[in-house]
Design a protein around this ligand. Structure first.
Ligand SMILES: [Zn+2]
Ligand SMILES: [Zn+2]
Length: 365
């Protein structure tokens, strides 16, 4: 038996004992889960939005940012992955099908399997990180992780990978460029680290007054300028910083807000790139300055999830020890308190200002 927090319906978790397979699944592995990070997708899933979009059904074990140790391993799969029992690995949350046109042509998979969103009724049901044991399917991308890292540092691989994907692969930030990052959440701060790694000359990050401590962290990670947008006028500030030239690249990470997109379009230099990574709950933008986009020949790119390359870069940056990552993790909670973790991240807990939250099955609470 393995303990798991099962999301049985929207806003309803149940702690259950679930029979775990006794040996490795054919072509796969079993993972003894050490920890799982959470992000906005967990909140949307908890609120029932992901189910309403037809992308999952209840019941389901959430958790798509997992790290653990290999507890059972199919021999052939072990050779393919280059892994052995006891190895510590990070699990990529998205497993491509390997067969669709997207997979064959090296683009995004159209039929991928998402950890944390597959039904409990499929196979062992152990497809999420909110559990002591997780099943690892054959084509899963696994990344060895140093035993020396704290689990909290190690779990930053997921937000950091997003930062590397957006900054390097989507925005193509070059040495000396000026980057504006809107939003000081975990992914905004991850983008600061990635921009620093890319050699950006100026890294400007925005946040709200209540995020002041996050902007302080951003400075420690390499941001050169911070703007509190409900106090200062962002456009004035950025024009002052860039001498009116505008920024080369924008990484837009804020959830729900449209003003940062309008600001990004106004502040990006002609020919610059804007990466959109902050979802807006399916709402259309009321006024989109399309003529400005055309006149400035801007490139606007949508970014979701992260790539294999970016995940490897993120792990390399974590293992380098160059960044004070401990500043980013604010909460570690036992498995039994996974629901509280989601409430925390959703900003529903008075007096708490979470940044990165780890759910740790081994933690006693
Ligand atoms: Zn996530
Ligand atoms: Zn595919």
């Amino acid at each position: 038996m393995t303990k798991a927090m099962v999301l049985v319906a929207e806003r309803r978790f149940e702690l259950r004992d679930i029979p775990a397979p006794t040996g490795p699944p054919p072509g796969g592995a079993l993972l003894s889960v050490e920890g799982c990070g959470i992000c906005g997708s967990d909140v949307e899933q908890y609120e029932g939005e992901v189910a309403r979009m037809g992308m999952m059904t209840f019941p389901c074990i959430p958790g798509h940012e997992s790290i653990g140790r290999i507890a059972a391993l199919d021999a052939e799969a072990g050779r393919r992955w280059g892994l052995k029992l006891g190895d510590r690995v990070a699990v990529h949350g998205v497993t491509p099908c390997g067969a669709c046109a997207g997979c064959r042509e090296g683009r995004s998979c159209m039929d991928a399997f998402y950890y944390g969103f597959r039904s409990l009724d499929v196979g062992s049901g152990l497809w999420g990180g909110f559990a002591e044991t997780m099943e690892i399917a054959p084509r899963t991308r696994l990344y060895p992780m140093s035993d020396k890292l704290s689990i909290e540092d190690a779990l930053l691989f997921n937000p950091l990978a997003a930062g590397f994907d957006w900054v390097f692969q989507q925005a193509d930030v070059k040495l000396g460029e000026t980057v504006l990052i809107t939003g000081g959440g975990q992914r905004g701060l991850a983008s600061v680290i990635a921009a620093k790694e890319a050699g950006a000359g100026r890294i400007i990050i925005t946040g709200l007054g209540r995020d002041a401590f996050k902007l302080e962290i951003a400075k420690n990670l390499g941001a050169t300028d911070t703007v509190i947008v409900n106090i200062a006028d962002l456009r004035e500030q950025v024009n002052a910083i860039t001498g009116g030239a505008g920024v080369d690249k924008v990484i837009e990470t804020t959830p729900l807000a449209f003003a940062p997109i309008a600001d990004a379009i106004a502040l990006t230099r002609p020919g610059g790139t804007i990466v959109l990574a902050g979802l807006k709950a399916n709402k259309p933008m009321p006024e989109f300055p399309i003529d400005t986009v055309i006149q400035k020949r801007l490139r606007i790119v949508g970014a979701l999830s992260t790539s294999d390359w970016a995940t490897k870069q993120a792990i390399r940056a974590i293992e380098s020890g160059r960044y004070p990552l401990n500043l980013l993790h604010t909460h570690s909670l036992p498995l039994e308190r996974a629901e509280h973790a989601v409430h925390l991240l959703a900003g529903e807990v008075e007096g708490e200002t979470p940044l990165h939250i780890s759910v740790l099955p081994g933690l006693k609470g």
